[in-house]
Design a binder for this molecule. Structure first.
Ligand code: TXA
Ligand code: MG
Length: 321
C-alpha cells in the first residue's frame, strides 16, 4: 500500500504556472513585475529577469543551479541604455556600433549599480533577434544566462525549452528555433587591448574584419571569465571528436554528427557546413541524452572561420569541463 504519511512529508517544490506567449510585450510586462521569463535570441534561448530587481535575478541562480559567483550577461535594447550603467569611451562606442546588435557580449567597467556579482565589470549584449529586441524595449535591462541547467548544453529549440522549463518559469516567449546555435562571443573591453574571453557565434575573423583589422587577443590560460572554470556545454553521454570513420569502434547505442553518412550507427545527424554544424550541435546532444545514447562521435569540423568556436564547444563537451 502506498505510504501517504511519508509522501506528505516530501519537500514541496514550487510548480509555477507558465504562460506561453509569442507577444514580446506580454513577456516584457512579466519581467517588469519581477517574474522569470525565457526568451529567444539569435544564439541560444535565455532565461531572464529584470536587472533592476535583484530578487528576480537571484531566482535564476536557483532554477539553473548555477554557482553564485558566475555573473549574468545583461541584455539591452540600445547602446544609449548601456551608457547609463557602463563607462564607454569613444573607442568602445565605435567597436560596439560596428559589431552590435548581434551575437557578441562586451565586458565593460561598471558605472552604476545594476544586478551583477562583486566584479567591477559587467557583461552586456544587444541581441539582434527582433522578438528579443521588442521585449527589451518594454522590460529595460534583462540579466540572462543561457536557458539550461548549469553545465548542460544550452537550448536552441523551442520544443526542448518547453520540455525543460514548463512549470519552472513564469513565462516562455516563443520565437521558433534559434538561427545561431552556440552562445555569443565574449570580448573584454575593460582592459587596454580587446581580448576574447569566450569564442562564440561571431567568429574572431568576422570581428577583426568589422574592426578594420584591429588585432584581438585570445588566451585560454589567462581566461578570466568566471563561467569558463565550470563544467559547460556537455551532455551526459560520452563525446568523442574523430577525424575519420576508423575511429568508431562502437556502433550500438552510439550517435554520429558530421559531414557523411555512417552506416550501421544507431543515430546520425548530417551537417552541410560548419554553420549548420553549430546550429544542430546542442539540440543533437540534447536528443542523444534523452535517448540515453552512450557515445556521441563528432566529426572534426573542416577548417574555416567558424571552426575555432565550434571546436571549443566540442572539446568542452569531450572533457566535460
Ligand atoms: O549567447 C549568449 O551569450 C547567451 C544568450 C542568452 O545571450 N547567454 C549566455 O550566458 O551564454 P551565460 O551566462 O551562459 O554565459 C555568460 C558568460 C559566462 O561565462 C560568464 O562568466 C561571462 O559571460 N561573464 C558575464 N559577466 C562577466 C564579467 N563581468 N566578467 C567576465 N565574464 C563575465
Ligand atoms: Mg551558459
Amino acid at each position: 500500500m502506498m505510504n501517504l504519511e511519508r509522501n506528505h512529508f516530501l519537500p514541496i517544490r514550487e510548480i509555477l504556472k507558465t504562460e506561453i506567449t509569442d507577444i514580446p510585450k506580454v513577456a516584457g510586462e512579466y519581467l517588469k513585475s519581477g517574474k522569470v521569463v525565457i526568451f529567444p535570441t539569435e544564439t541560444v534561448y535565455g532565461i531572464g529577469a529584470s536587472s533592476l530587481i535583484p530578487y528576480a535575478c537571484k531566482n535564476i541562480y536557483k532554477i539553473k543551479n548555477r554557482p553564485s559567483d558566475n555573473p549574468f550577461i545583461i541584455h539591452f535594447s540600445s547602446i544609449d541604455e548601456i551608457e547609463e550603467y557602463a563607462h564607454l569611451t569613444f573607442e568602445i562606442i565605435s567597436i560596439i556600433k560596428k559589431l552590435s546588435p548581434g551575437p557578441i557580449s562586451y565586458i565593460l567597467k561598471k558605472k552604476k549599480e545594476i544586478f551583477s556579482t562583486e566584479l567591477p565589470t559587467i557583461g552586456v549584449r544587444i541581441p539582434s533577434n527582433k522578438i528579443a529586441q521588442e521585449m527589451l524595449k518594454i522590460s529595460g535591462p534583462v540579466s540572462a544566462p543561457s536557458a539550461n541547467l548549469s553545465g548542460k548544453p544550452s537550448i536552441t529549440k523551442i520544443s526542448d525549452i518547453k520540455i525543460s522549463f514548463i512549470g519552472k518559469v513564469d513565462c516562455i516567449l516563443e520565437g521558433g528555433d534559434c538561427v545561431g546555435g552556440i552562445e555569443s562571443t565574449v570580448i573584454d573591453l575593460s582592459v587596454s587591448h580587446p581580448k576574447i574571453l569566450r569564442p562564440g557565434l561571431l567568429s574572431i575573423q568576422e570581428i577583426t574584419k568589422s574592426l578594420d583589422g584591429l588585432k584581438i587577443d585570445y588566451s585560454e590560460e589567462q581566461n578570466k571569465s568566471p563561467g569558463t572554470k565550470y563544467r559547460h556545454y556537455s551532455p551526459e553521454c560520452n563525446v568523442l571528436v574523430i577525424e575519420n570513420e576508423d575511429q568508431i569502434d562502437n556502433y550500438d547505442n552510439s550517435a554520429f554528427i558530421g559531414f557523411k553518412i555512417i552506416p550501421k550507427i544507431t543515430k546520425i545527424e548530417i551537417v552541410k557546413n560548419n554553420k549548420d554544424y553549430i546550429n544542430k550541435l546542442y539540440s543533437f546532444f540534447i536528443q542523444c541524452e534523452r535517448e540515453k545514447i552512450e557515445i556521441i562521435y563528432c566529426q572534426k569540423p573542416i577548417e574555416d572561420e567558424d571552426s575555432f568556436s565550434l571546436l571549443n564547444r566540442l572539446y568542452k563537451a569531450v572533457s566535460k569541463k
